[in-house]
Design a binder for this molecule. Structure first.
Ligand SMILES: Cc1ncc(COP(=O)(O)O)c(C=O)c1O
Length: 399
C-alpha cells in the first residue's frame, strides 16, 4: 500500500484499538490448518461427527414450509419457538429461565462482547481466574477494564483469592467457567459455587457464568449451576457450538429481564438479530430430539478421545510434567517445571508438526510460561497417540 495511505489508515484507528493485538489463536489456527500438522490447538469439535444429514433434513423440511419466515428479518431476542425450547430444557435442570429471560446470540462470543459493551467502563475491575478463556479477555480488553485475578486448583477457583480481590475494591463482575473450564478442564466444586454466590451478594456484584461445555460430561454427576444458586446475580451463557456445530454461530444468554432489555438494545446496534435461518434449523434439530441423541453420542466419542490423550500423556510425557483430569469438555492443561519456556517449545513443536496453545495466551497479564492447553476432541485416537509422543519426546529433550 502507498505509504501516505497506510499512514492515513493507521492514524484513523480509534485509540481503543491499541488495547487489542493479534490473537495467538489466529496464528495457531494458521499452523493447525496445514494438513500434516497434528493440532491440539483450537477448541474445535470433531468435524466428522457434525450432524450433517440431520441439518440437511431440517433444511429440506423447513424451507418449503417456513422459507418466508426463515429468510426474513426477525426479533432481536430470537425466535420464540427456540427460546421456549431452551426455557423448558433449562428449567428441567433447575435453571430458572423463562422465555423472556433468554436472548439468542451469535455464539457465546457475542454474548461476551455485549456484556463488555453494556457493563464495562474504562478502568472497571473484572475478576477472572488465572488462566481464563482467551476470547473473553479479547472481547473485553477493547473496553479498557483492569483484570483482578484469582488462582485455581483442581477443584476450581480459590475462594480466598476471590475474596481478597473483592476486598480490594469494587469489582464490576466475576467471570466464571464452572464446568470443564477453558483452558484447564477443571470443574468448580459445589461448596465453592455456593461461596461464590455468597460473595457476589456480600460485595454487591454479579457473576457471568459461561457454560459452553456443561453438557459434555464424561463422568461424575452434574453440579448445580451458579444461576440456580442465585438467579438475581448471575448472567448465564451457553451455546450450540460444542453440541451441534460452531459454524451455526448460535448461543444464548439468560439474564434478569431488566438487564436483558439493555443487552437487547446493544445487540440491535451490533447485528439487529441472530440469523433467523439458523435459529429455525437449530429449533427443528432440538424439537425432533436430535440434539439430545447427538449429545449422548458426543459424550461417548469424546470420552474415548480424552482417555486416549490421558493414556498417551502417561506413556510419553516426562514424569516432571503434571496435567489435569477433566470430567468433561474439550481440554486439559499441562504444567511443566518452572523455568521451562513454552514459547520456545511451541516453536520447536511446530517443526515437528504438532501444535498446542501456549499457556500464557490465557493470562490477562503475566503467567502461564510453563504450561499448555491441549484439546482432545478434534483429533482421532491414532493421531493423538502420535502427536503426544512427538511432544513428549521434545519435552524430554528440553528438560
Ligand atoms: C469458555 C468459552 N466461552 C465462549 C466461547 C465462544 O463460543 P461460541 O462458539 O459460542 O461463540 C468459547 C469457545 O471456545 C469458550 O470456550
Amino acid at each position: 500500500m502507498e505509504k501516505r495511505c497506510e499512514n492515513m489508515w493507521i492514524s484513523s484507528l480509534a485509540k481503543r484499538t491499541e488495547r487489542i493485538g493479534s490473537s495467538i489463536i489466529r496464528e495457531l489456527l494458521k499452523v493447525s490448518q496445514y494438513p500434516d500438522v497434528i493440532s491440539f490447538g483450537g477448541g474445535w469439535p470433531a468435524p466428522e461427527f457434525f450432524p450433517k444429514r440431520e441439518i440437511e433434513e431440517a433444511c429440506e423440511y423447513l424451507i418449503p414450509r417456513k422459507g418466508e419466515l426463515m429468510l426474513q428479518y426477525g426479533l432481536s431476542e430470537g425466535i420464540t419457538e427456540l427460546k421456549e425450547f431452551l426455557s423448558k430444557k433449562m428449567c428441567k435442570y433447575g435453571v430458572p429461565a423463562e422465555s423472556e429471560n433468554i436472548l439468542l446470540t451469535c455464539g457465546s462470543q457475542q454474548a461476551l462482547d455485549l456484556i463488555g459493551k453494556v457493563f464495562i467502563n474504562e478502568g472497571d475491575k473484572i475478576l477472572v481466574s488465572e488462566p481464563t478463556y482467551l476470547g473473553a479477555l479479547q472481547a473485553w480488553k477493547l473496553y479498557g477494564p483492569e483484570f483482578a485475578t484469582c488462582k485455581m486448583d483442581d477443584n476450581g477457583v480459590l475462594i480466598e483469592d476471590v475474596e481478597k480481590a473483592l476486598e480490594k475494591g469494587p469489582v464490576k463482575f466475576m467471570y466464571m467457567l464452572p464446568n470443564f473450564h477453558n483452558p484447564t478442564g477443571v470443574t468448580i466444586l459445589l461448596e465453592r459455587r455456593k461461596k461464590l454466590v455468597e460473595l457476589a451478594d456480600k460485595y454487591d456484584t454479579f457473576i457471568v457464568e459461561d457454560d459452553p461445555y456443561g453438557e459434555l460430561r464424561y463422568e461424575g454427576k452434574d453440579i448445580t449451576p451458579l444461576i440456580v444458586l442465585s438467579k438475581e446475580r448471575v448472567i448465564y451463557l451457553s451455546t450450540f457450538s460444542k453440541t451441534l456445530a460452531p459454524g451455526l454461530r448460535l448461543g444464548w444468554m439468560v439474564a434478569p429481564k431488566l438487564t436483558l432489555s439493555k443487552i437487547v438494545q446493544a445487540k440491535q446496534g451490533a447485528d439487529l438479530h441472530t440469523g433467523t435461518f439458523i435459529q429455525y434449523i437449530a429449533n427443528d434439530i432440538c424439537q425432533r430430539g436430535i440434539l439430545k441423541a447427538h449429545v449422548e453420542k458426543l459424550r461417548k466419542l469424546y470420552r474415548e478421545r480424552r482417555d486416549v490423550m490421558l493414556d498417551s500423556l502417561e506413556k510419553y510425557f516426562p514424569k516432571e510434567a503434571k496435567w489435569t483430569h477433566p470430567h468433561g469438555g474439550l481440554f486439559l492443561w499441562v504444567t511443566l517445571p518452572e523455568g521451562m519456556d513454552i514459547e520456545k517449545i511451541f516453536g520447536k513443536a511446530k517443526e515437528r508438526k504438532v501444535a498446542f496453545v501456549p499457556g500464557f495466551a490465557f493470562y490477562p497479564y503475566e503467567g502461564g510460561n510453563n504450561s499448555m492447553r491441549l484439546n482432545f476432541s478434534n483429533t482421532p485416537p491414532e493421531k493423538t497417540r502420535e502427536g503426544i509422543k512427538r511432544l513428549g519426546e521434545l519435552l524430554k529433550e528440553e528438560l
